[in-house]
Design a protein around this ligand. Structure first.
Ligand code: ATR
Length: 277
C-alpha cells in the first residue's frame, strides 16, 4: 500500500513541500504520496484532531508549518533534543501508536551553508539576527558546526540572553543587542533569521558587521533582494543566498528520517531558485 505523508499549515496554498517530496520519492523510488492539508485556525486546539485523523487513516508522517509548530511539539510523545530547544516541531513521525517530533530547520540551514554554498563554519565568526522560533531551531546545529564565535543579536536583548543561557555554551555563544554590534567588527557569515523581511523591513544591523569576503544569508526565500541583502550588497558583500536551499535540505532530512534513504537536492534547489537580482 502507498504510504501517506502530508504537510499541515494555514495558509498552505503556497507550500512547495508536495512538489519537493514528490520529486524525492520519484528519484529514490519510494511508494508514497505527499499531500497538503489546511489545518484549522479556529479553534487552534482542533489541530490535534487534524493530525490524529491523518494518523488514523494510516498516515506515516507529517511536516508542520506555521502556525502549528508549537502545537505539533506539544502533542508529541517523544521529542528530539533539537525540537526540545526550539520548543517546536517541523516534522512528525508516527510509529507504534506514538508521535515522535523532530525539528530539521536548523540542520537544513547548516547543510545548505556548509555543503551547497561550500562555507564550512568551523573556526568562523558567525552572526545570527533574531531570537524567534527560527533561531531556536538553528542554534544547536550551528554550535555543532564549531564556529569560533556565535553571536545572536535581537531587538529584545532579554530574549536573546534567555536563549543563550538555555543553550549554555559560555565563551562560544554570545547574546547582544543591535547597538552592541558596532563594536564587534565584521563576521564571516551573517544570517538574517528575523521575520523582518516578510514585511519588507530591515533589522537595525550596522553595515560594519559585513565582510566583503563574507556571506549574507537571508532565511526568507523567493523575495529577491530583501532590504537585508541590499544592505549587505551595498557593504560590498559578494556572497549572498536566500533560504531556498534550507527549504529543500530540511525536506531532505525529514525524508531520510521517514524513509531511510537520502534524496539528492541540487537539481531541485536549482529548479526552485529565484535569482536574487
Ligand atoms: P520565527 O518563528 O519566524 O522566528 P518569531 O518567533 O515571531 O518568528 O520571531 C520573530 C523574530 O524576528 C524576533 O526575533 C523578532 O525580534 P523581537 O524578539 O525583538 O521582536 C524579529 N523581528 C521581527 N521584525 C523585526 C524587525 N523589523 N527588526 C528586527 N527584528 C525583527
Amino acid at each position: 500500500m502507498t504510504d501517506q505523508y502530508a504537510v499541515v499549515g494555514n495558509p498552505i496554498g503556497h507550500t512547495k513541500s508536495p512538489l519537493i517530496h514528490g520529486l524525492f520519492a520519484q528519484e529514490t523510488q519510494q511508494d508514497m504520496a505527499y499531500t497538503a492539508i489546511e489545518g484549522p485556525l479556529n479553534p487552534q486546539e482542533a489541530f490535534a484532531g487534524t493530525v490524529n485523523a491523518f494518523r488514523a487513516a494510516g498516515g506515516k508522517g507529517m511536516n508542520v508549518t506555521a502556525p502549528f509548530k508549537l502545537k505539533a511539539f506539544a502533542m508529541a510523545d517523544e521529542r528530539s533534543e533539537r525540537a526540545e530547544l526550539a520548543g517546536a516541531a517541523n516534522a512528525l513521525r508516527f510509529e507504534d501508536g506514538r508521535i515522535v517530533a523532530e525539528n530539521f530547520d536548523g540542520v537544513g540551514l547548516v547543510r545548505d551553508i556548509e555543503v551547497n554554498l561550500n562555507l564550512p563554519m568551523s573556526g568562523k565568526r558567525v552572526l545570527v539576527l533574531g531570537s524567534g522560533g527560527a533561531v531556536r531551531g538553528a542554534l544547536l546545529p550551528f554550535l555543532a558546526a564549531r564556529p569560533a564565535e556565535l553571536v545572536v543579536a535581537n531587538r529584545d536583548v532579554c530574549k536573546a540572553e534567555t536563549l543563550a543561557a538555555q543553550v549554555g555554551a559560555p565563551g562560544l555563544l554570545l547574546a547582544c543587542g543591535y547597538r552592541d554590534l558596532e563594536a564587534m567588527g565584521c563576521f564571516d557569515l551573517v544570517v538574517n533569521a528575523t521575520s523582518a523581511s516578510l514585511t519588507g523591513e530591515l533589522p537595525p544591523v550596522p553595515p560594519t558587521v559585513f565582510s566583503p569576503v563574507g556571506t549574507a544569508y537571508e532565511l526568507v526565500y523567493g523575495k529577491g533582494l530583501t532590504p537585508f541583502l541590499r544592505l549587505a550588497r551595498n557593504a560590498g558583500v559578494l556572497g549572498m543566498a536566500d533560504g531556498v536551499g534550507m527549504l529543500v535540505e530540511q525536506a531532505a532530512a525529514a525524508f531520510e528520517w521517514w524513509r531511510g534513504v537520502r534524496p539528492r537536492t541540487r537539481a531541485i534547489i536549482d529548479q526552485l531558485t529565484v535569482p536574487l537580482n
